[in-house]
Design a protein around this ligand. Structure first.
Ligand code: HAM
Length: 428
């Protein structure tokens, strides 16, 4: 085979696409019930947008952007959705239009990472961004919404981790404390951590390198040097999560890989299905400084993004129920014409119908109906056409009967309706 999909980019075949659709549908239902409305933005942005927001010291900007150079433009395939949404918020002067803006998005993102299970170069995120509320209640409500969403999706072994990264003042102080703490042990740090000590020592805390993990023992905690306002926010968050009954864990090593977070950050992990070690199914946090740094008004913001491929790995090989199907097997040209009409009329009334127009033998058509797990089949040839009837095969009841043209649609619709999909499942 000559052509293959590009490394780290996956084809999504129909059965898998149905699993994506189910997750996307439940995601929409849940976030819309909290007032989020959909935003769609281009897949390509000016690269500078990500330098300015995702951050120069983030791995994404340093190593993972897919660049598109065109004439004098430096463009990039979006590695995440937050900067694009911020660009729109600023460009549309949303702060002047509404006091609080809540958007969600679903779509592909691109990062040139080393592909492995749960880590791809093109992957899909479903995320939300909320602008205009700096209080901790919106943080708590978002985190609780995500826990409820995970439960509704059927995930098990879900862990909600939260931390506070403080505001700019606490961060500055913390930066100094970390430099003081790590400098005497510089030699024992990994080369990556040594580089981070210069630009973003916070990132050393979430390094997976055993040398860095050991060096982090006894490191100062950000939670201990929060300013009074940061602490008030943090305590407000914990109190609201407790009222909402969201099970959560405080994880002081949770720093997240993007530069823009302030105060609250959070992550949900799952240990079910085949998720393996890449088990963060979603992450997010507050980024109160981003809009101003991009030239907008000084507005607070918070958001998250969920990785759909990881979520599906965590859900395991769940089979999504197919919508019940009516299969029409006509024999001969006149019957084929009648079958086309019947199919059109049934679909107009909401049925899922497959008309087999190949002109094959009855046996071959019925074999196909079986493979497609049809609920009913309608067989008609010259004789049936002359008498105004079809042979009605009810595969579930294992019965066959003759039904007149005038009542066949009703009978089919009745039969398909009996085959109810599980609760909450729409026809995908
Ligand atoms: P992030 O932590 O970089 O945050 O990504 C969020 C989620 O996307 C991860 O938890 C993971 O499930 C998924 N993900 C990330 N990279 C990959 C990959 N290479 N392959 C598969 N899945 C992946 C953000 O993107 C922020 N924009 C979240 C946010 C929104 N913060 C505030 N607002």
């Amino acid at each position: 085979m000559k052509y293959r999909a590009v490394k780290g980019m996956n084809d999504i075949l129909p059965e898998e696409a149905r699993r994506f659709q189910r997750v996307e549908r439940i995601f929409r239902e849940v976030v819309e019930s909290y007032g989020y409305r959909e935003l769609r933005t281009p897949l390509v942005e000016e690269a500078e947008l990500f330098h300015k927001s995702t951050g120069e010291t983030s791995e994404i900007v340093q190593k993972q952007m897919f660049m598109l150079a065109r004439e004098r433009e430096q463009l990039a395939l979006r590695p995440e959705g937050t900067p694009s949404a911020a660009r729109v918020y600023i460009g549309e002067t949303m702060h002047a239009r509404e006091p609080l803006t809540k958007w969600f998005y679903i779509g592909p993102m691109f990062r040139a990472e080393q592909p492995q299970r749960g880590r791809y170069r093109q992957f899909h995120q479903a995320g939300c961004e909320l602008y205009g509320d700096s209080g901790p209640l919106s943080d708590a409500e978002m985190i609780d919404m995500l826990y409820r969403l995970a439960t509704r999706l059927g995930l098990s072994g879900v862990k909600v981790s939260v931390n506070s990264l403080g505001g700019p003042d606490a961060r500055l102080l913390y930066h100094q404390r970390l430099v003081e703490f790590f400098t005497p042990q510089l030699e024992s740090l990994s080369p990556h951590a040594q580089a981070r000590l210069g630009d973003n020592p916070l990132r050393i805390l979430d390094s997976k390198d055993p040398r860095d993990i050991e060096a982090c023992v006894g490191a100062p905690l950000l939670l201990e040097i929060l300013t009074d306002d940061d602490r008030k926010h943090w305590e407000g968050l914990l109190a609201a999560l407790t009222v909402l009954g969201t099970p959560f864990t405080i994880d002081t090593s949770l720093v997240r890989g993007l530069d823009y977070y302030t105060r609250t950050c959070f992550e949900l992990t799952a240990d079910s299905g085949e998720i393996g070690t890449q088990n963060a199914i979603l992450g997010g946090g507050r980024y109160d400084g981003m809009l101003k740094s991009l030239g907008g008004q000084d507005q607070p913001a918070i958001g998250f993004a969920m990785g759909l491929e990881r979520l599906l790995l965590a859900l395991g090989e769940q089979k999504i129920a197919e919508a019940p199907l009516c299969f029409i097997a006509p024999l001969g040209a006149p019957a084929q014409m009648r079958a086309l009409e019947l199919g059109r009329d049934l679909r107009a009334r909401g049925a899922y119908v497959e008309v087999d127009g190949r002109g094959n033998s009855l046996k071959s058509m019925l074999r196909r109906a079986g493979t497609m797990q049809a609920r009913v089949a309608l067989v008609l040839g010259d004789d049936e056409l002359a008498r105004g009837v079809v042979q009605f095969k009810d595969f579930q009841a294992h019965q066959q009967s003759e039904v007149g043209f005038d009542e066949v649609s009703e009978r089919v619709l009745d039969c398909l309706a009996q085959d109810e999909l599980p609760e909450g499942e729409a026809k995908a």
